[in-house]
Each structure stands twice: as C-alpha cells, then as structure tokens.
Design a protein around this ligand. Sequence first.
Ligand code: ADP
Length: 687
Amino acid sequence: MWRSSPERELAASWAADAAAGRAPAAEAEEPPAVDAGAAGEPERPAREEQPKAELQAPARPRAAEEGDARVARRLPPALPLAPARPAARALCQLAKARGRGRGYRRGSGSLRPVTVDSSKARTSLDALKISLRQLRWKEFPFGRRLPCDIYWHGVSFHDNDILSGQVNKFPGMTEMVRKITLSRALRIMQNLFPEEYNFYPRSWILPEEFQLFVAQVRMVKDGDPSWKPTFIVKPDGGCQGDGIYLIKDPNDIRLTGTLQSRPAVVQEYIYKPLLIDKLKFDIRLYVLLKSLDPLEIYIAKDGLSRFCTEPYQEPNPQNLHHVFMHLTNYSLNIHSGKFIHSDSASTGSKRTFSSILCRLSSKGVDIKKVWSDIISLVIKTVIALTPELKVFYQSDIPTGRPGPTCFQILGFDILLMKSLKPMLLEVNANPSMRIEHEYELSPGVFENIPSLVDEEVKVAVIRDTLRLMDPLKKKKETQSQHPEKPITGKEDLDCEMTGDPDSNPEAHLPSICLKQVFPKYAKQFNYLRLVDRMANLFIRFLGIKGTMKLGPTGFRTFIRNCKLSSSSLSMAAVDILYIDITRRWNSVTLDQRDSGMCLQAFVEAFFFLAQRKFKMLPLHEQVASLIDLCEYHLSLLDEKRLVCGRRRRPQSSPPQEMNARTQSAAGSLAPRMIGANKLPHSRHALS
Ligand code: ADP
C-alpha cells in the first residue's frame, strides 16, 4: 500500500499517458515477435534439457547471430522537429554553419561528437546504431585506438579492457541476477522486511535446501490440509524457459543428474495470474541503473507483454507439463501453432505494456496503483542487489585505480496477479535488444525482418539511456554548476535564449522515455538500505585491493574497531564464528576463487551479532542498531586518526567532507543519529 503520494504522482502521469495511448509504442504496429523476453545472455549455451511438454515445435530456427545475413535495415523513423522560430534559428544556424558538422556539440566549448565504441554490442547492435543515428553521435564499429566516451557491451563488463569513459555494464551484474543469487539477495531482505518484500515468491535453493523445502512444505500442509500448492523448478543461470518444470509434490523434483551439476531454484508457483483473453502473460520492463553510488534508478515508460498461447487453467496433474499454458517465454510460445503475429500493439502474442494498461484502464482498473506498485517493486529489488554489486565494483575498479564508470539497462520480468499485485519473476542483466524477428518464408526457410514494436520500445530505451549518460552534457552541467570559465560565446547564449532547436542538440528528439524513480523517492525507501550499509562496513575491512572476501584478520579488526567484543563475546568466539559461517558459505557458493568470508556470510554473522546485542527488538531494528553502533565507533576512530594526522602533519588540512562528517558524528552521543550518515566507502588502512 502506498502511504505517500510521489509514486502515485509519477504513476498518474504514466497511467494518463497509457490511457490516452500516448506511450510511445502503444500506437505502434504489433510486430511478428522478436525475442524480447528471451532474456538472459544473447550467447546462450546449448539447451541441456528441453522442458517436459507436448512441445513438438518445429526445429528451432537459428537465431540471428553476428555475421548472419540480414535484411536491409529500414531507416530510423523520422523524428518530429521542435517548432521552429524562423528568424532566430536562421541567425544561429548561420553562426554555427562554419566548420560545425552534424553531431558536433556546442555550448560547452566542446567541438566534438560523443564517441561510442560499438564493437562489442553484439545482438543490440542494430538498435544501438539507430539510436546513435538519431542522437547524431559518432559510432566506432570496430573500436578505436583512442579512448571512446562510451563503450557498449553486449554481454558483460569484461567484454573489453577499458580504463576510462563509461560502459553499459556493471561488473558482477550477470552473477548477481542469476536465479540463485537473486533469490539469496531477496531472501535477506525478506528476513529483514517481510511485508515490503512479499513481491517475490517464496523460493528454495537446490540441492542445498531440499530438506528444508520438504520440511517447510510438510509443515504448512499439516497446518492446512486444503493447501494444494504448485511449485516451479528453474535451473540457475537458465533463460528462455530452459529446463523449467512444474511440480505438485517436493518429491517430484528431479534430484538425480542435473541438479548436482546444475543447481536450481524451486519457487511457489503463482497460480492465479491476471488473464487477458483467457491467456497468461508477463511484462518485460526496462530499468536503467544509472549509478550505484549514489544510487540512481530510471524506469522506462513502456515495456512488452509476452503471452502464452494456450488458455490458462490452474495447475493440475493433467496440465502441469503444458508449457504453452504456464510459461510466457516468447522463445517457447513461438513454436506453438497458436502464436499470433499481429500488426497491432494491442493484439497478438506480443503486445506493448501500455496497450495492456490501456485495456485495464478501460475496464476501470486503477492503473496508477499498478504503476506505483511496479515502481516500488523495482526500487526494492535494486536495493537488494546493490550491496553485493558494490563489492564487485570495488573489486574490479578499486578506488584510486583508473577505470570506467558504469551504467546498465536491466530487464525486469513481472507477473501481474489476478489481484493486480505485481510479482517479480526475474531480472535479466542482458535483456534482448533485438529489433527483428525471424519470419518463416517457406517451411524451414527463415528471414530476419524488422519488428516495429520492438524497435520503438527498445530503440527509445537505448537512445534515452545514452541521452542520460551523455558525457558532454554532464560536463556542461558541471561547468554551469561551477562556472569557472564565464560563457564567452554570445552566439551560443543567444541561441539558448531564443530557443533555437539547434542550440539544443536534443530538440529533434522526443521527450525522454525513462523516468527517474530514485533518488526521487529515496525518502520512502532509504530505510530499507540496511544491507547496503553493512556492505560499506564489509568493504572498509576488505583490505587488499581487488578481493571480494574478508579474511580472518579483517573480521577481527572489524570486531575490534567497532567495539563488538565483550566479556560474553571473546575474540576466540569471534574466530569460531568466522570459521563456522565462512566454511558453510564457501561450501554452498559456486565462487571458489578466493578463500574468506563473502558478503552474504558477513551479513549472516552481522545478524547473529545484532541478535545477541539487541535481544528484544525485531530483526531489522536489531540490525539497524548494530549498524549505527559500528558506524558511530568507526567515525570516532576516523576522527582520532584525523587529529593524529593533523598533529603529525600540521601543514596539511584534512578533506573538507571527512572533517564535517566526523565532527558531527563525534558531537553526537546517540549512535542512532549517526546511522543516517553513510560512511565513506573508500577503504582505510587497517589498524
Ligand atoms: P527464464 O529465465 O528461463 O525465462 P523465468 O524465471 O523468467 O525463467 O520463468 C519462465 C517463465 O515461467 C516466466 O516467464 C513465467 O511465465 C513462468 N514463471 C516463472 N516463475 C513463475 C512463478 N513463480 N509463478 C508462475 N509462473 C512463473
């Protein structure tokens, strides 16, 4: 339930757009589908297991890979120009015509276009090219000897070795959104904030939690014999419905063979989804993580809805294996004889999300509420992911070493329940950005043809992501915030004042389809960021650059510096705690690269310490109190070091920011007050 209004405000504006059919793709033609949902890695491994089904699809056509012959590209759709003011524009154009070609930036004193290395863009290349053409930026399709402003990677942060500029992937994101890691991250949040995180189905990790799964199901059944649940088993790292199957009984899990080699998540099956035309569907929404620290999140106004092709029935033993009824993946349903390629965005097996909202709105559904619930789900999910992402980040790009800044488009797969409550199914680090689909010309003969809906939704997302990341615009903004150099070019100033579209290089573009939701609504969600603050503590004590695991000395130093040991918690007990938890986590996590305590293990140890210290409080208050206490002691320590440093080096003044923070912390006697102030993430020398 929304207690306050900002999301509703934003949701209202989007909802109004959707209801009026103004969202960009709502008007577009429904294409013969493209693999929008198909989620996951563009370079997917060969299927290990076909879903159990009467799926007798024709041999799967080869997906268009890099280098495949493609049909000639359509030109990018013409974009409307902003209304011109003829006289002023003519003057400005005249002034600019000299030596300034298309795409060259003005106003900031910079005379160059934004440069983008697209050599590793892979399957998002077509959409990227159209976006760059619309932006009039300069593409380097084969890379460049000199650094580029932006590197567009198709798969991962590590596609290229980059030392500067910006890259469209965060290190560790692919690992973070794998089914098991995501489930773990969300489970921590569910433990702390069960109400707030009830948008993710209850999940168990296999094989390690099989016994727990069996026991918990038995316990609930014993309490309520009428409970007849269904579960969905999803292999870790799978995509496109690969290897997924439904079960009614925990003992139906296929424990032999694949599970040991390929762990999985088993999850409560949402058996009452919202149906449209009697069909189950899901939503693919695009979310931009613009920055990790400070956290900045944007959501695209429109997404895609992927439909099943067989009318839905609640699961029963007879229909459990009907994939076209239960799984919404495009890559599966395309093989159903009933898949409908439609020319309209509001009919067929793939539609725009705005068309769904439009339809719901016409039936009297409160779509503002639907949107605000979705925004909340997205923010909360990102909050669950960021702590570990920060650990990856500092490991790949340690403070003080050269490296790029990162941003990333994520694909959120969401299912609306009959009650209209959105449920998170999964997050994709590499959502498909293909804008074409395969069309069967004659049996077995396929051709790639453009898909309008995909193009409209995906090109807008890529283009507007680039606009938000525009390094030259950022530079200009910084300059205007710190106007060291006064603007000298009267011509530029005049153009800005006259509203000349050419003075604004984006005047020919539609309004940005990505809306900021964080920090815009930070106030309502900041209280959830406890694990984030724990990750800051963890990173502070990691010590060695590039590592992601805390050694025993780091853990001891953490305990000592935060003054957590006492007569009832000796340092020997601390060592045992470290060994115990670390050993357990290292036996279940796949990552065996370095030894030591991973973030999740640290979180578990932290919970344990918090429960001991603040016995009577609910868990999230115990944890918050312990974080406050740690931050308080560390700020005192920082202050002390600062004073010592000053005594030793009286001529050098400490950094301003640190000074203010430590002073305020030291001035306060109440640890809880300090909790609101985040400590710096940079690692300090361990004492
Ligand atoms: P993949 O990455 O293989 O596509 P998903 O987690 O997206 O895996 O699941 C595939 C499909 O299965 C989803 O698109 C959805 O239709 C269905 N599905 C997944 N989880 C659930 C669930 N808990 N309840 C109901 N349906 C689900």
